[in-house]
Design a protein around this ligand. Structure first.
Ligand code: AMP
Ligand code: GLY
Length: 435
């Protein structure tokens, strides 16, 4: 059997989970990861190339000739790394830039949904500050203001008051809080209901939803504090009735994949559906063009099918031939963050207790912002980012998975560490939301 050499692009908790899953494949050869992190280094050879550096990544691929390049993060996808790898003759997993625009531009994704009748919040787009403020004057809070471009999941303000909405528009459009990403804004209707993430594999025609998940985006317990990249996730994210599952597939998943194809933006990779289960049925809050982080850490441990088989079927557009199976056992992932995150935080702080946590039953510790402290052979670690670790546990029921993940989290310590204590316990959808 020919083993495949893989170049994995990225270096967070999501990429650790992807590398861990790929490595389980009997066909997986050597994995190189750029830039990787100290946890990924146990599975893959880490190379210090920034994930966004398309030219350097292609040059490295030319040097090492991987059989497959897996582009996991949003930035390189938006920058056309898959296009560039393909142009250089490599097989690459992930959408090309034109398809990745569903994430990179909210103006594009909202337009796509409007053109194809995919349920989403009503909205208007603005590139003029006064016009945006005039619209707000006519549409009272609660209302949602979103920067058009990529802003690390932080370019969204759910405004409870008119003043908050106007401030958000001013800081994005006049003060350029998110740089060019905020030159255009989308102002949209406030939706209510439990949130759910549905990741799906798609080859551009067939779409196969993964086990559902639910992210916890706010920094603090009780869904308070600023939005973050995600402080924890559980899978499943809701107890979905067959009717609701069908509604999602027929009104959102398949129509989105078909719409992208019809507009000449064939999407091959993982499509992320951020959904709100409203009283009027599921609606799209956002698309991402990749696995979520930390959703991947909660979902991939449940995947029973060889991820490499799925990846190749997506690239070769024969996803319909693959049967994808999931473990029924729920998973919880708790993110351990640096003091100050999602604002300013320090790095280089020693991390204790990793081995004790990883030794617990059915527990995985995925590294996000970590690096070696001193000689890598000594296996000592320190913080190197805002989200530092994801402690994931699986059990026979969700409550036990949550308890187990928190047991793991309690074994780990670094100065300033903070984490939410209510992952999986807040924002839970009612058992059977109305389809
Ligand atoms: P996004 O980056 O678009 O996923 O938005 C971040 C978070 O803001 C979401 O996870 C929701 O909690 C919230 N949000 C976004 N859009 C809306 C909306 N139209 N109504 C209510 N909440 C929203
Ligand atoms: N956890 C949300 C995201 O990856 O966008």
């Amino acid at each position: 059997m020919k083993k495949l050499d893989i170049l994995l692009v990225g270096g967070g908790g999501r990429e650790h989970a992807i590398a861990w899953k790929l490595a389980q494949s009997p066909r997986c050869g050597r994995i190189r990861c750029a830039p990787g992190n100290a946890g990924i280094a146990a599975i893959a050879e880490c190379v210090p190339i920034p994930a966004k550096d398309v030219a350097a990544m292609v040059a490295f691929a030319r040097e090492t000739t991987p059989d497959l390049v897996f582009v996991a993060p949003d930035d390189p996808l938006a920058l056309g790394m898959v296009d560039a790898m393909e142009a250089a003759g490599f097989r690459a997993f992930g959408p090309r830039a034109a398809a990745a625009e569903v994430e990179a531009s909210k103006v594009f994704s909202k337009g796509l949904m409007r053109r194809h009748g995919i349920p989403t919040a009503a909205y208007e787009t603005f590139d003029d500050l006064d016009a945006a403020l005039a619209y707000l004057a006519a549409h009272p809070a609660p209302i949602v203001v979103k920067a058009d471009g990529l802003a690390l999941g932080k370019g969204v303000v759910v405004a409870k008051t008119d003043a908050e909405a106007a401030d958000a528009v001013r800081s994005m459009m006049a003060d350029k809080a998110f740089g060019a990403a905020g030159a255009r804004v989308v102002i949209e209707e406030f939706l209510e209901g439990p949130e759910l993430t549905v990741l799906a594999f798609t080859d551009g025609a067939t779409v196969v939803p993964m086990a559902s998940s639910r992210d916890h985006k706010r920094a603090f317990d009780g869904d308070r504090g600023p939005n973050t990249g995600g402080m924890g996730a559980v899978s499943p994210g809701a107890d979905l009735s067959p009717a609701l599952e069908r509604a999602m597939r027929e009104t959102i998943l398949q129509p989105t994949v078909d719409a992208l194809r019809a507009e000449g933006r064939l999407f091959q990779g993982v499509l992320y559906f951020g959904l709100m289960l409203t009283r009027d049925g599921p609606k799209v809050i956002e698309y991402n063009a990749r696995f979520g982080d930390p959703e991947a850490q909660a979902v991939l441990p449940r995947l029973e099918t060889d991820l490499l088989d799925i990846v190749e079927a997506v690239i070769d557009r024969r996803l319909a031939e693959v049967l994808i199976r999931w473990s029924p056992r729920p998973t919880c992932c708790v993110v351990l963050a640096s003091g100050g995150y999602p604002g300013k935080y320090g790095t280089g702080l020693p991390i204790e207790g990793l081995d004790a946590a990883a030794a617990l039953p059915d527990t995985l510790v995925f590294h996000a912002g970590t690096r070696f402290r001193g000689d890598p052979a000594e296996r000592r670690y320190e913080t190197a980012g805002g989200r530092v670790l994801g402690v994931c546990a699986t059990a026979g029921d969700l409550e036990s998975a949550i308890d187990r993940a928190y047991d793991g989290a309690s074994r780990i310590a670094f100065p300033g560490m903070h984490y939410r204590k209510d992952i999986g316990r807040t924002g839970a959808p009612p058992a059977a939301p109305r389809p």
